[in-house]
Design a protein around this ligand. Structure first.
Ligand SMILES: C[S@@+](CC[C@H](N)C(=O)[O-])C[C@H]1O[C@@H](n2cnc3c(N)ncnc32)[C@H](O)[C@@H]1O
Length: 213
C-alpha cells in the first residue's frame, strides 16, 4: 500500500479502538474503563507520532501509557503500531494540553514526558514547562509525580531549569548532552522521536531533565 494522506489518517484514527478525542467521560476512568487494570499511568504531552508512548510501553508492560497531541494525523502512527503489536497498555487522546484538567482526574497521572516541544522563544505563556502548565499538570498528578523533558533547545532547557530553581523542585537527573552521559538510561538513548532524529542530523546536543513536580 502506498503512503496514505492526512485526511485518511484522520478518518482511521477516529475509528481506532485505542484513540480518543476530547473524551471528558473518561476523566477518572482511564484505569478501570480503558486499561482495565490498576497500573500507574504515564502521560506523554505533545507526543507527535508517539515514539515515547510506544517505546516505554514496550519496555514497561506493568505501566499504562497515554500520548496526547492536538494533531490526529501524527497520533495515527503510534496508534496503528500499538494496535498491530497488541500493546494493550497504550492509548492516545486528541486534546489541547491547555485543557488537560477537563480530561484527567486529580491524582490520575503518575509520570509525564515532554519530548522536543516547540521552544516558543517569543511566547513564555506557550512553553509547556512554564509555571502555569506545571500547575495544570499538578491538578491531575499523583503525589511525587515526575516530569521528564528531552529537548534540543539550550534556551528551553535553561528556561525549564530556571522554573525548577524558582519553585525549588527536586531534580532527579540533569544532562546537557545525553549521548556523552556515561549512565544514560537505555530508554533515553534508544527511543528517539521524529524531531530528535532531525535535530541529531543537524549536530544538536540533546538535553534531559527529570524532576519532581
Ligand atoms: C515539535 S513537535 C514534537 C513532537 C514529538 N514529541 C517529537 O519529538 O517528535 C510538537 C508537538 O506538540 C503538539 N502540540 C503543541 N502544542 C500543543 C498543545 N497545546 N496541545 C496539544 N498538542 C500540542 C504539536 O501538535 C506537535 O505534534
Amino acid at each position: 500500500m502506498g503512503k496514505i494522506g492526512k485526511l485518511q489518517k484522520f478518518a482511521e484514527v477516529s475509528a481506532f479502538g485505542n484513540c480518543f478525542e476530547s473524551a471528558t467521560e473518561l476523566k477518572g476512568q482511564w484505569k478501570s474503563t480503558v486499561f482495565k487494570n490498576n497500573n500507574p499511568i504515564t502521560l506523554e504531552l505533545a507526543c507527535g507520532k508517539g515514539e515515547y508512548t510506544i517505546g516505554l510501553a514496550e519496555r514497561f508492560p506493568e505501566r499504562n501509557f497515554i500520548g496526547v497531541d492536538i494533531k490526529g494525523n501524527r497520533i495515527w502512527k503510534g496508534a496503528k503500531y500499538a494496535l498491530e503489536h497488541q500493546l494493550n497498555n497504550v492509548a492516545f487522546h486528541r486534546i489541547m494540553i491547555g485543557n488537560i484538567e477537563d480530561f484527567f482526574a486529580p491524582g490520575e497521572i503518575d509520570e509525564f514526558w515532554i519530548t522536543f516541544p516547540d521552544p516558543q522563544h517569543a511566547k513564555e505563556r506557550k512553553r509547556l514547562t512554564n509555571p502555569m502548565f506545571l500547575d495544570r499538570y499538578r491538578t491531575i498528578a499523583s503525589t511525587d509525580a515526575i516530569m521528564n523533558l528531552k529537548s534540543d533547545s539550550t534556551r528551553f532547557y535553561d528556561y525549564t531549569k530556571s522554573v525548577i530553581y524558582e519553585q525549588n523542585l527536586e531534580v532527579i537527573a540533569d544532562s546537557d548532552d545525553i549521548y556523552q552521559w556515561a549512565e544514560i538510561p537505555e530508554y533515553l538513548a534508544n527511543i528517539q522521536t521524529f524531531y530528535e532524529k532531525m535535530w541529531l542530523k543537524e549536530g544538536k546536543k540533546i538535553k534531559y531533565l527529570r524532576y519532581k513536580i
